[in-house]
Design a binder for this molecule. Structure first.
Ligand code: PEP
Ligand code: MG
Length: 540
């Protein structure tokens, strides 16, 4: 048995034979042609056929992985019509009297090298795209069409790299898992793999001679076991069965509405800590992201994450969610979430200390950087922002002033941004008690029941000794929840719960009766909460 390590792009267990992906690429020979106009015609016809194929792929991808992920095939169609690209090919055919295949291959190589050398991450990525479209045209010119899988059985597909077009046109019923040597976690292919719910690994240094061998892909641990021994195989077969059982529940509820028996609908969103959690959000069929704990970007970093780095993370999440709502909570450090480079003083009561919005309103440059990054990303999806640990109306007014400054700055720089809803977390008793006043200032509330319970009951949520009396079902909390919902609705705000209590299915009916519009829970709880909602009858 050989065990190879990689990086997981999407979890899950796959057991089957390895098939090395055949890109169908063959040597393109340079040939001299007599009839130049006929050769240009051949190229034009092949290019049009390639565009038709890409249109079909686009339609297929929209259905399978959503519009934002399908966009790449629209981009590829446009690239095929790019004037410089087309002129380079026709010019080569005319002046050198060469075959279309060779002209396309050479132009593809030249353009790809040019893009790769550019000092711009977006343009660099286009290098792989131009290769991909050129290869497609060459295959058509050579009369070859293959989906790259040389097997009738479902396989673990192993490749150097996979282009998005290759990934999406694969017959999914034949693919148990993707394993590649190259690729990045945020490449389109990785995003597509995640969206298709197929266990996938990248960065695997696979060896020669693996084709046809039995293997196990552990997408949770990022490992592939080649020719596994009996014990390993048995262990993973059991694990796979368990996953199948979970998937069954998932499949039954996937695509279904979060609606009660008497027709009341509610938004069911997911909580995430970073980009890598989005796959889980999609596979569990959440309607959006109700809490993106952005402080994890800061916790994972050795220094203040730059605007650009944050922008990329927020943009990736927004794009991957393809227009579904993404609520980013601004930095909430302090208390249990300590970050060395912030050099926070040691405090006697850190949970009640210098934390969250208090730091942001004191060290405004940090706040502005984050807001700029979020607003810039809002151009690429549906982003809302919410602010943690609010205790007063004046804080909210100050925040709104800073948000206006940031928007003006972006306007003056000609940087686009979208419509962004502004909300606050209600997680202090003060905020709950003045929720009527706060509701006049914002678009929505999201109740952080973890902190609200801690502050209302005066019980440190980190203290294991007090765990047995840390009671989120306390009447004080339930009364506050009702009051918050009523006050929100009086001012036309929508209201949700993003603390752990939101996933407590013994309370789902209560929350619905209180009028909550949204629940945001850990991704793995989405379907269980959906199940609970669908069994409730509010008319009784
Ligand atoms: C909460 O307090 O309920 C909450 C959602 O925020 P966090 O758990 O990150 O403090
Ligand atoms: Mg909190």
């Amino acid at each position: 048995m050989v065990v190879l390590d990689g990086k997981s792009v999407y979890g899950g267990i796959a057991i089957g034979r390895i098939s090395i992906f055949d890109k169908g690429e063959s040597q393109v020979k340079r040939e001299v042609v007599d009839d130049v106009p006929a050769e240009i015609d051949r190229f034009t016809t092949a290019k049009e056929k390639a565009k038709e194929q890409l249109q079909k792929l686009y339609d297929k991808a929209i259905k399978e992985v959503g519009e934002a992920n399908a966009m790449i095939f629209e981009v590829h169609q446009m690239m095929l019509d790019d004037l410089d690209y087309v002129e380079s090919i026709t010019n080569m055919i005319e002046t050198q009297k060469i075959n279309a295949e060779f002209a396309v291959a050479t132009t593809g190589d030249n353009f790809s090298q040019m893009f790769a050398a550019m000092d711009d991450a977006y343009m660099k990525e286009r290098a792989a795209d131009v290769k991909d479209i050129s290869n497609r045209v060459i295959m058509i010119l050579q009369g070859k069409e293959t989906d790259g899988i040389q097997s009738d059985e479902p396989v673990i597909l192993v490749a150097e790299d996979l282009a998005p077009s290759e990934t999406v046109q694969l017959d999914k019923s034949k693919v148990l898992s993707f394993v590649t040597r190259l690729g990045s976690t945020n490449s389109h292919t990785a995003i597509l793999a995640r969206t298709m719910n197929i266990p996938a690994l990248i960065g695997v240094n696979f060896e020669q001679g693996m084709d046809g061998k039995m293997a196990v892909v552990d997408g949770f641990e990022g490992k592939i076991y080649i020719e596994p021994d009996e014990e390993t195989l048995k262990k993973f077969e059991e694990r796979r069965e368990e996953e199948e059982r979970k998937k069954k529940l998932l499949l039954e509820l996937k695509g279904k509405e979060n609606v009660t028996l008497d027709g009341k609908k509610i938004n069911l969103y997911a909580n995430i800590g970073g980009v890598s959690d989005v796959a889980n959000v999609l596979s569990n069929d959440a309607g959006g992201i109700g809490l993106f704990r952005s402080e994890f970007l800061y916790l994972e970093s050795d220094t203040y994450p730059a605007e650009e780095e944050q922008f990329k993370a927020y943009k990736t999440v927004a794009e991957t969610m393809a227009g579904k709502k993404v609520i980013i909570r601004t930095l909430d450090i302090g208390a249990d979430k300590q970050v060395d480079y912030f050099e926070l003083d040691k405090e006697d009561n850190p949970a009640m200390g210098y934390r969250a919005i208090r730091i942001c309103l004191d060290r405004k440059e940090i706040f502005r950087t984050q807001l700029r990054a979020i607003y810039r990303a809002s151009h690429y999806g549906t982003i809302s922002i919410m602010f943690p640990m609010i205790i007063s109306v004046s804080e909210v007014k100050e925040i709104k002033g800073i948000v206006e400054d940031v928007k003006n700055e972006l306007d003056s720089q000609g940087i686009p941004y979208g419509e962004v809803e502004l909300g606050i977390m209600i997680e202090t008793p003060a905020a709950a008690m003045i929720s009527d006043l706060l509701a006049k200032e914002v678009d929505f509330f999201s109740v952080g029941t973890n902190d609200l319970t801690q502050y209302t009951l005066a019980i440190d949520r980190q203290n294991p000794k007090l765990d047995n009396i840390y009671d989120s079902h306390h009447e004080a909390i339930l009364r506050m929840l009702k009051m918050i919902a009523d006050n929100a609705h009086k001012e036309g705000c929508w209201v949700g719960i993003c603390g752990e209590l939101g996933a407590d299915t013994t309370l789902t009916e209560k929350f619905l009766r209180m009028g909550y519009d949204e629940l945001s829970v850990t991704p793995s709880m989405i379907l269980q909460v959906r199940d609970a909602i669908r069994k409730i009858d509010l008319s009784k």
